[in-house]
Design a protein. Structure first.
Length: 82
């Protein structure tokens, strides 16, 4: 056998479970952050992909893209820098 007592095996298993739980919590937080980042990027892409972004809604008002100056993209990227 391995020469370890049952008590040492139990302790090693307990330590490994604790390590995996901590890693799981860390991974869950990373997934949450990535989902939020993905949502910001998707919203920005949807704005730029929307045909109405490039058309005048009103005769005396320029299209949304002309007033944007990249603000939607910058906001999405700034969120990633936080």
């Amino acid at each position: 056998m391995s020469g370890l007592s049952q008590e040492q095996i139990n302790k090693n298993l307990f330590d490994e479970v604790q390590r995996l739980k901590k890693k799981s919590r860390h991974d869950e937080e990373e997934i949450r952050l990535l989902k939020a980042e993905n949502k910001r990027y998707r919203n920005a892409l949807e704005f730029y992909a929307d045909d109405t972004t490039y058309t005048n809604e009103f005769e005396d008002c320029p299209p949304a893209i002309d007033m944007d100056w990249g603000a939607v993209a910058k906001t999405a990227l700034e969120g990633a820098a936080e």
